[in-house]
Design a protein. Structure first.
Length: 428
């Protein structure tokens, strides 16, 4: 397979052209022919014009690439090496929502031929690729796993908004269903991954490696969030404590904050689901998730307590929330936990404006039924929820200029803690 690809006798197809799939497709297209497939025709048309719907890539990234963008399933028949990079979210009950990856498996099953390869990059629990996805491919293709087609798993490691740790510069984990496929898959990825490819011993090992990357971060951030609640009761600033503790060489540099997005706030639930299937109750992971999912309510409660302390009437007050995306300097609003703050403010009957220089107003309305606003003024409290670079450049005079008397600044990640002198200030 590898030799046929580098000789351009066989094509690579990437299914799902979001923040993961599109960079992979374009990187491979520097070297070999690629078919980029997405189920949304409007997104495909944008990419044909050199526009990234996720707003991560620039027009120049599309130039001089051997790639065909399509939303027509029939075009996929020209490929022999399929990479599946579709989302794997959770539902309202925090259970894995496998519909996208199973639908992608069905699509592959309808076009795959004997001798073809399928590699999944979507984050799943250990066993999902072989136990859930492969049977769907077999059902719709009429051919047999391993005997007729090979499958592998190579988890994505793309970090949205990060211009330093790019696809090619991050080491890749890969795996296959047998020794031959494992080596072929690794060598194909080595065409584009300059940092090297780690060959996992099995598909399950590769799946597990991915899911614990974000579970480990989730648990560590939960510890910081719990510490911030303790230090808040003591009356000391968490970030000052972490700064002092960080002078020891082996202290881990995690900080408290809202934990959202499509990775850290989601992946642990996939592992919890698998553990429950196996009859094991994962105590630490569950506890970490509970703490992190409750941070929006914690921030809002502290804000309301400070407002009440200044004799502000809640149903006549107004709060400005700055930032809605799940992390700074990106347009991605998936699973943003800022909406928890907005819902809590609504429960307290507090009016609010929400602003964000990156979020797409149409997407925000469709996803959360929330209208983005312009900054007005006379706010009783300002919650700096996301540290966009535009906000980090502001100063106390700006915040005072849009605040009511006795205005409050809630700075979740503490970036203004040494710069606020006259306003009431609080951070995690």
């Amino acid at each position: 397979m590898y030799n046929a690809i580098i000789k351009k006798e066989k094509k690579i197809a990437v299914i799902g052209l979001g923040y993961v799939g599109l960079p992979i497709a374009l990187e491979f297209a520097k070297h070999v022919p690629v078919i980029g497939f997405d189920i949304k025709p409007d997104r495909v048309e944008m990419m044909k014009k050199g526009v990234d719907p996720s707003e991560e890539l620039e027009a120049k990234d599309f130039e001089n690439k051997d790639i065909t963008f399509t939303s027509d399933t029939e075009d996929l028949r020209d490929a022999s090496f399929y990479i599946v990079a579709v989302p794997t979210p959770i539902n309202e009950h925090n259970l894995p929502e496998l519909t996208p990856v199973l639908k992608a498996s069905e699509t592959v099953g309808k076009v795959i031929s004997k001798g073809d390869y399928v590699v999944f990059e979507s984050t799943v629990y250990p066993g999902c690729t072989e136990e859930d996805c492969v049977p769907v491919i077999e059902e719709h293709s009429g051919i047999k796993y391993i005997q007729d087609f090979k499958v592998g798993y190579s988890p994505e490691r793309i970090n949205p908004g990060d211009k330093e740790h790019t696809l090619a510069s991050i080491a890749k984990v890969s795996s296959g269903c047998d020794a031959e496929s494992a080596e072929n898959i690794a060598k194909v990825y080595e065409l584009v991954i300059k940092a090297g490819v780690h060959r996992a011993s099995s598909i399950k090992v590769a799946e597990a490696a991915k899911i614990i990357e974000n579970t480990q971060r989730d648990v560590n951030i939960a510890l910081m969030n719990e510490l911030s609640m303790i230090f808040n009761k003591i009356g000391i600033n968490t970030f000052e404590v972490l700064e002092a503790a960080g002078t020891k060489w082996n202290f881990l540099p995690f900080i408290p904050g809202l934990v959202g997005g499509h990775c850290i706030g989601v992946d642990p639930y996939y592992l919890l689901h698998k553990a429950k299937q196996l009859g094991y109750h994962a105590q630490i992971i569950n506890s970490g998730r509970a703490i992190n999912d409750g941070m929006g309510a914690h921030v809002t409660k502290e804000t309301v307590k400070m407002m009440l302390g200044k004799n502000k009437v809640l149903n006549k007050a107004k709060v400005l929330v700055m930032g809605l995306t799940f992390k700074e300097n990106v347009a991605d609003i998936r699973n943003t936990r800022v909406v928890d703050i907005l819902h809590e403010l609504e429960d307290y009957k507090v009016d609010y404006d929400i602003v964000d220089p990156y979020a797409n107003p149409k997407e925000v309305k469709e996803e959360y039924n929330i209208e983005l606003n312009e900054i007005d003024g006379n706010y009783d409290a300002i919650i700096l929820a996301v540290n966009h670079k535009e906000y980090a450049e502001l100063n106390e005079e700006f915040f005072k200029s849009i605040s009511a008397d006795d205005g409050i600044l809630v700075d979740i990640k503490g970036i203004f803690r040494d710069r606020i002198k006259s306003m009431t200030y609080w951070s995690l």
